[in-house]
Design a protein around this ligand. Structure first.
Ligand code: FMN
Length: 145
């Protein structure tokens, strides 16, 4: 059984809902998932001991939230190379945050990334629930190979 850590940064709660749905998708596969707010990750040791990571932030003013930036600087020192990586986030129209998070995990942390980030306008609209749960399953599948 693999362990997946899902960390989110949110202002209005949508990205937290997506984080919980991704965790549900992971658990459907029989793997373990922990969900944490980026604000509660205090140092790099809080990030250790997992096989896969999903980092997510809402997009505000074309950018990820400050809490996710701080988290990514901590993650740089956490030795995540070759671990399974993924990025997600709620957005309104441009959705830069999930892309930037995903690119950082791929290029700086050298993680084993899933096919792309999950960008959702809402956790409930347009099949969002299913898409987020399926993203969790995709993360878990990557643990097997
Ligand atoms: C002041 C403000 C600025 C925003 N800027 C952006 C933006 O630059 N690009 C975008 O795609 N969405 C933008 N949004 C929309 C949010 O990303 C969207 O409402 C998202 O669902 C919020 O996620 P959260 O509930 O996790 O905080 C903005 C929303 C507000 C209120």
């Amino acid at each position: 059984m693999g362990k997946v850590l899902v960390v989110f940064a949110t202002r209005a709660g949508e990205t937290e809902k997506i984080a919980n749905l991704i965790a549900e998708g992971v658990r459907f596969t029989g793997n373990e998932a922990r969900v944490k707010n980026a604000k509660d990750i205090k140092n790099e040791t809080d990030l250790q001991g997992f096989d896969a990571y999903a980092f997510g932030s809402a997009t505000y003013h074309g950018d990820m939230m400050a809490g996710m930036k701080t988290l990514l600087f901590l993650a740089e020192k956490a030795g995540l190379e070759k671990k399974v990586g993924s990025g997600f986030g709620a957005f309104g129209w441009s959705g830069e945050a999930p892309d930037r998070i995903f690119e950082t995990m791929a290029n700086i942390f050298q993680m084993n990334m899933v096919t792309g980030p999950l960008r959702l306008k809402s956790s409930t609209l347009g099949g969002g629930i299913q898409m987020a749960q399926d993203y969790g399953k995709q993360i878990a599948e990557k643990l097997q190979v």
